[in-house]
Every structure is written in structure tokens, then in C-alpha cells.
Design a protein around this ligand. Structure first.
Ligand code: PMP
Length: 403
């Protein structure tokens, strides 16, 4: 069977990443890895989930927990999320909350909802590579959101690609991969542009709760609601996730936005996977109701300390010519290397000679440029691994510079 000859056109956009091949080497115990953007499993609320799952499987509850359920999501979880969005400054009801299997599924559904082949998605350079992966299946063109394009230019470029601009996608808080935050003025400007273009804004809030310093800025959705009144008039769709705060393996995320959009997402869910895991939603609702705030506070302490350790080590160990971001939250620091150094070549060298790993930056750019960048995740390590790992990265960069 020649599968290549019968594939759909969209598959031409779905590429295996060369980085994943390199990162398979990470199993070696002597390697210090800053590669995976994953939560520390030691911080999972294991006992809380043990209790919640045991309860969900006891007596009559089991008949509900193990049964099919509605595509919108488990009502008590949606109620809790509507209240949580309220705490973030978004006034909404359960009709504005839609549960997904992780926020990754939300990105897929939003691509499906909004993109025809040739339409344009505005994304940051760099942006979350998983968002590019999700949108790619719907064959969009990309334009640079943080490149100061005006509405007229966006329209002209989009028309040249054979479609129209449909949405701007971004993380406003501690995004993957840079860890940077968009300030309030930048959020307002983005809303101006989206309004002028009459497009949607997809706000990825995956790291929203993980702020370690500085004052919280309202989500774009909250700022828009302050302009237009009701959430029903908002063009922003906020994608949230329990993956970074509770546990990614349960695959529970959500979308918050105008019910006219939510209802259409529900149609996609009915056709896609019917609903997210009933028992995982039930357990997550209980854990969220009982320990969410306290648990997030604990994460902030631990990850905040780890972030400071990495920043201190970078200041000590990086050679002249390397710059990096100073994230106020999240899990990532983004390094820009001297132009001659390619992040993927550096990774190959670093794995072999220094036993240290990170993610090369090129795949985070929709046009595959800016190869002289790397992403470090600081979620997993304490001293002395941080000090030793960052020392090794500095050493690997010096060796590459000397070649
Ligand atoms: N958005 C961003 C910015 C992410 O970094 C991730 C996970 N790495 C996701 C979305 C997807 O997370 P999940 O599907 O687990 O909610």
C-alpha cells in the first residue's frame, strides 16, 4: 500500500519534527535536560485526585462517572470555571464555558472553526509550536502579529495568500517559548487591530496562573469586555488549561467566550470525540473546588524559586553576545545566541559533549527563521542541577563560538 499517494492535501503540512528525534536521546541519566515544557510530577496533587476519583467511583456516583456525558462539559466544572474566569475579571455564565480535552484540542477546534485553506492567522514570531501544528491542518497562511503590521497591510497580504485574516493567536502571559508578557497597552492595541480587521482573538492562557512577580494584567478577554459590555459582544476566545496547575495527563481544558462561538465549538466536539472524559472532569471539578487556590500558591513558590535560580545562573555563565528574556511567570526562558550559532547544531553538540539539553528555537517561528535561538524550561530542576546544567550550556556555546 502506497499511503503517500492517497493522503489528503492537509497532510503535506503535517511534518515530524527533527527535534523530537534528537530529544529521544534524553533518556540517558547523565543528561541535564531543560527541554520538556512539563510540570514537575512531584507537585501533582496526587492525594486530592485519589480522594476525588475514589468518590467518583463509589456507589451511585460511578453510574455517572463512567457514563457518556454532554459535549459542553460537566456542569459543576463549568460553574467553577465561570466563577474562576470572574476572578480573572471576565463576567460570564456557564453558557460561555466549553470543556475540551486539554487546551490543545481547543486550538485544533478553533482552527477547524475559523480557517479555510489560504486564510490568514496572525501569530507572534516566535509562538507556541503546538499552535502552529494544530492550525497547520487547516492550511492557513501566517502573518507576523508582533511585526507592527497595520490593518491595511494585513488585509492586502491575506488577499495575496488567497483568503482573509481570521484570527490573531497569542499568549499574553508568560507564553511558550519566550516567557514574556504583553503589557496592558499592547493588549489594547491588539484589540484595536482585531476590531479594525473584524477578526477573532485567540488568547492562550495556559500559563495564566503561574505568575511569580509583578502585578497581574487582566486577560485580553477581560479588557475587551470592559470595552463592549457583555461577553456576548466579545471577539476574544480565551483558552484555559488545568495542565500546568493540576495535571496534564487528565486532559482537561476549556474555552471561555461568546455563546455564539461556544455553541459552534460544541458541534465540532459532538463530531470529534463526543465529550471529554466524564470521570476526569468530575474529579477535576472536585479538586478545583477544594484545593485549586492553595495548590497554585504552592506551585508559584517552587517554580518562582527555580526561575530565579536559572536567571542567576545565566547571568553567571553566559558568554558575551547571548541575551535572554526575564519572565515574570510560566516555565520558560528564551535565549538569543550570536547569529552564527544555530540552536539545532548547538543542541547536537551540547548533547554529545556537555550532556545537556534544551529546545532549538527555529520550530517556534512560522517561517522557520531565527535559528539562533533556544528555549530553556526551568520547571524541573533545583540547585545544583540548575547551576551545573546552565554552566554546561555556556560551555557548549563557547565551544561553538570557537569553531
Ligand atoms: N498552549 C501552550 C502555550 C502550551 O505551552 C501548551 C502545552 N505545552 C498548550 C497550550 C497545550 O496544553 P494542554 O493541551 O495540555 O492544555
Amino acid at each position: 500500500m502506497d499511503w503517500g499517494s492517497i493522503l489528503s492535501q492537509r497532510m503535506s503540512r503535517m511534518k515530524a519534527s527533527e527535534i523530537r528525534e534528537l530529544l529521544k536521546l534524553l533518556d540517558q541519566p547523565e543528561i541535564i535536560s531543560f527541554a520538556g515544557g512539563i510540570p514537575d510530577p512531584a507537585l501533582f496533587p496526587v492525594e486530592d485526585y485519589q480522594k476525588a476519583l475514589a468518590g467518583a467511583l463509589t456507589g451511585e456516583a460511578a453510574a455517572v462517572s463512567l457514563q457518556y456525558s454532554v459535549s459542553e462539559g460537566y456542569l459543576p466544572l463549568r460553574r467553577w470555571l465561570a466563577a474562576e474566569m470572574g476572578r480573572l475579571g471576565v463576567v460570564c455564565g456557564v453558557e460561555n464555558i466549553f470543556i475540551t480535552s486539554g487546551s490543545q484540542q481547543a486550538l485544533d477546534y478553533l482552527g477547524k472553526l475559523l480557517l479555510s485553506p489560504g486564510d490568514t492567522a496572525l501569530v507572534n514570531w516566535p509562538t507556541y509550536m503546538g499552535a502552529l501544528g494544530a492550525f497547520n491542518a487547516y492550511e492557513p497562511a501566517y502573518l507576523r502579529l508582533n511585526g507592527n503590521l497595520g490593518a491595511a497591510e494585513v488585509r492586502a497580504e491575506a488577499a495575496a495568500s488567497g483568503g482573509r485574516p481570521k484570527f490573531a493567536y497569542l499568549s499574553a502571559d508568560f507564553g511558550n517559548p519566550t516567557g514574556e508578557t504583553l503589557d496592558r497597552a499592547g493588549r489594547e492595541q491588539l484589540l484595536d487591530l482585531a476590531t479594525e480587521l473584524d477578526i477573532a482573538v485567540i488568547e492562550d492562557g495556559a500559563y495564566q496562573h503561574l505568575r511569580y512577580e509583578g502585578e497581574a494584567i487582566p486577560p485580553i478577554l477581560a479588557l475587551e469586555q470592559a470595552r463592549v459590555g457583555s461577553i456576548e459582544n466579545c471577539r476574544t476566545l480565551y483558552c484555559g488549561s488545568f495542565s500546568k496547575t493540576l495535571a496534564p495527563g487528565l486532559r482537561v481544558g476549556w474555552v471561555c467566550g461568546a455563546s455564539a462561538a461556544i455553541q459552534r465549538l460544541v458541534l465540532l466536539k459532538q463530531a470529534g470525540d463526543l465529550h471529554s472524559s466524564t470521570i476526569n472532569q468530575i474529579a477535576t471539578a472536585q479538586v478545583a473546588e477544594t484545593v485549586f487556590a492553595a495548590h497554585v500558591e504552592q506551585l508559584r513558590q517552587v517554580y518562582g524559586r527555580r526561575r530565579s535560580l536559572v536567571l542567576e545562573a545565566l547571568a553567571r555563565e553566559m558568554p558575551e553576545g547571548v541575551t535572554w528574556t526575564r519572565p515574570e511567570g510560566g516555565m520558560f526562558v528564551w535565549l538569543t545566541l550570536p547569529e552564527a550559532i544555530d540552536g539545532a547544531e548547538l543542541l547536537a553538540h551540547a548533547l554529545k559533549h556537555q550532556k545537556v539539553a534544551f529546545v532549538p528555537g527555529r520550530a517556534f517561528f512560522a517561517d522557520g527563521t531565527n535559528g539562533n535561538t533556544i528555549r530553556l524550561s526551568f520547571s524541573l530542576h533545583e540547585k545544583p542541577a540548575v547551576d551545573e546544567g546552565v554552566r554546561r550550556i555556556g560551555q557548549a556555546i563557547r565551544e561553538m563560538m570557537a569553531r
